[in-house]
Design a protein. Structure first.
Length: 182
């Protein structure tokens, strides 16, 4: 597998080796020793799978007291996936990184604990998978507006995405900074 650093400290783009022929393909989506060598040495406790249709935007989500590291990938379809650094002591605090993840490229993104995360579906349908390093705690979840101008994510869309009611009332990045930095 190829491992690429990104401009956000700790966020890693992983390009697994895909073995394909006329019957289909095979790839290893997780192997403890190999991923530890790539710098992912946390234990996973939960796997999630979501299915969404074109135009759905999920995020930007995070957990406050139980931050989750996430290894994310798409097995069918295509999404633009985004990590935003909300670790207050990080040199890349407030910066974002986005990448296309698809069933075609089979790339994975490692998002360490302390990030806000979101994605928008670009294909008709997408199956999104993520391994998490902590359990989901609904009462601990926070969210930042997907289109917050201070973060300035360049979403590759020419439509108004469909967000959940909860994401529609997400906080601004400025509000998050005030709560983190006092």
């Amino acid at each position: 597998m190829d491992v690429e650093k990104t401009p956000i400290e700790g966020v890693i783009l992983i390009k697994p080796k895909v073995f394909g022929d006329n019957r289909g393909y095979f790839l290893e989506t997780w192997q403890k020793k190999r991923y530890e060598e790539a710098g992912i040495d946390l234990s996973f406790v939960q796997d999630n799978h979501s299915k969404s249709t074109k135009g759905i935007l999920r995020g930007l989500h995070f957990q406050k007291k139980h931050p989750q590291g996430k290894l994310v990938m798409v097995s069918l379809g295509e999404v633009f996936d985004v990590a935003v650094d909300i670790r207050k002591d990080s040199p890349t605090f407030g910066k974002w990184f986005g990448v296309i993840l698809s069933g075609k490229n089979q790339h994975q993104l490692w998002i360490p604990p302390g990030m806000a995360h979101g994605f928008v579906v670009l294909s008709d349908v997408a199956h999104f998978h993520y391994k998490c390093t902590d359990y989901y705690h609904p009462d601990d979840e926070g969210s930042i507006k997907w289109d917050d101008p201070e973060i300035g994510i360049d979403w590759p869309i020419d439509f108004e995405p469909l967000v959940s009611a909860k994401d529609g009332i997400a906080h601004s990045f400025n509000d998050l900074k005030k709560s983190l930095l006092g």
